[in-house]
Ligand binder design. Structure first.
Ligand code: ADP
Ligand code: ASP
Ligand code: MG
Length: 424
């Protein structure tokens, strides 16, 4: 029997009723002639609640213990889904990430999957069971510790399982009908895409579009696994993420723009009064790299001729903000800069589309739309198929809607439906 991997997000598993609904969906797929392997997220906002609980106990919990705590969320879901499947007359076996053979590196909180050894999964399938795997977690072969893959990581668990099992498709069930031209929670006129290239989906995910975990798209692209993003609340077809042309073939001209992403998860650090000399930027970014912080955008101002000093700003995840500031404070005397500013009231907006490569005028339309909406731009960065800007966070939603409209992406046929979830 062909294998299908399905992933159910937290909003699809919010309570007992939802779990029974998901179990029915899994049972239908099984009865339709597929082996089914399911990756589950923690119920509803469980992961956020566990994080709040940890914060209440300790301001800086040891990463090992935080991973122990967070992986409990997915274990609850996996057992409950397996129970609900039993009640439908099928048998199911649940497995933790470690039991399922999800091997990661040893980095707590954002571990990378390095291998999947799915012996227990294939064994359970051969015995006629539906397999339920706890998402977002694995085990490190070097440290022997339990790890988590980072927020939203169950998508990556699902794609990694699909690749290891040779599944024909990885279905990601969520609380919206697919991948839209923008987050439907912000842009009610967003349009559902029937297909999107993995290349464009990668840029959207990297730009903050949390409908898919970034690494799940990287993984799917590397192993050539088609992803089908769809809603667990309706039978409708969702969005296929694949670099291969759809049934309509290449004849259909792809639209210039795939979509607009927004991101409120970053902060900005400005290093003020940096001597404009060779090697200063290297010292600054070396310190940030040693602290294992991934930076995103960088801007260096033109130095003032009278003073020979310049300012360097960069963005980084808010969750790394304090560590970034500490790393820079430690080298202030050595680099000789005047001070540091921390700003977490920023928002990033990105326009993504493979058609940007060959269509002039995209930037002009983009910046005109932002100007007309009264949005001031603080930083700009581009790739071949993306333009991103940083603005004040309170202007971000308005800016996203303005850009969406300016590129003719608004749909006429009704508002995009958000079926569930708190968007937390
Ligand atoms: P799950 O719990 O199922 O993993 P997530 O909250 O991680 O769900 O991802 C789904 C959410 O992603 C949607 O509810 C939506 O608010 C958001 N989202 C952001 N950008 C997009 C987009 N371009 N298309 C669809 N959803 C998007
Ligand atoms: N439960 C984890 C989170 O909320 C993983 C996931 O849902 O994918 O981030
Ligand atoms: Mg998610």
């Amino acid at each position: 029997m062909p294998i299908v991997v399905q992933k159910y997000g937290g909003s699809s598993l919010a309570d007992a009723e939802s779990i029974k609904r998901v179990a029915r969906r899994i049972a239908e797929t099984r009865k339709g002639g597929h082996e089914v392997v399911v990756a589950v997220s923690a119920m509803g906002d469980t992961t956020d609640e566990l994080l709040d609980l940890a914060q209440g106990v300790s301001p800086l919990p040891p990463p090992r213990e935080l991973d122990m705590l967070l992986t409990a969320g997915e274990r609850i879901s996996m057992a409950l889904v397996a129970m609900a499947i039993h009640d439908l007359g099928l048998t199911a076996r649940s497995f933790t990430g470690s039991q399922a053979g999800v091997i990661t590196d040893g980095v707590h909180g954002r571990a990378k999957i390095i291998d999947v050894t799915p012996g227990r999964i294939t064994g359970a399938l051969e015995d006629g069971h539906v397999v339920i795997v706890a998402g977002f977690q694995g085990v490190s072969q070097t440290t022997k510790e339990i790890t988590t893959l980072g927020r939203g990581g169950t998508d990556t668990t699902a794609v990694a399982l699909a690749a290891a099992l040779g599944a024909e498709v990885c279905e990601i069930y969520t609380d919206v009908d697919g991948v839209f031209t923008a987050d439907p929670r912000i842009v009610p006129a967003a349009r559902k895409l029937s297909r999107i290239s993995a290349e464009e989906m990668l840029e959207l995910a990297a730009s903050g579009s949390k409908v898919l975990h970034l690494r799940s798209v990287e993984y799917a692209r590397r192993y050539d696994i088609p992803i089908h993003v769809r809603s667990s609340f309706t039978p409708k077809e969702g969005t296929i993420v694949s670099d291969h042309p759809g049934p309509e073939g290449e004849a259909v001209e792809a639209p210039i723009i795939a979509g607009v992403a927004h991101d409120l998860s970053e902060a900005k650090i400005t290093v003020v009064g940096v001597p404009d000399q060779t090697g200063k930027a290297a010292q600054i970014f070396h310190a940030v790299a040693v602290a294992e912080i991934n930076i995103d955008m960088i801007v260096q101002n033109v130095s003032a001729t009278e003073t020979g000093l310049t300012d360097i700003s960069f963005t980084l995840p808010k969750t790394d903000g304090q560590r970034g500031m500490q790393a820079l404070q430690a080298i202030q005397a050595q680099v000789g800069f005047a001070g540091l500013q921390y700003d977490d009231q920023i928002g990033k907006l990105s326009l993504v589309g493979a058609g940007m490569r060959s269509n002039p005028g995209v930037s002009a339309t983009f910046f005109r739309a932002l100007a007309d909406a009264g949005v001031n731009i603080e930083m700009i960065s581009t790739s071949e198929i993306r333009i991103s800007v940083v603005t004040r966070s309170e202007l971000l939603d308005e800016a996203v809607r303005a850009v969406h409209t300016a590129f003719g992406l608004d749909s006429e046929d009704g508002e995009a439906v958000v079926h569930a979830g708190t968007g937390r």
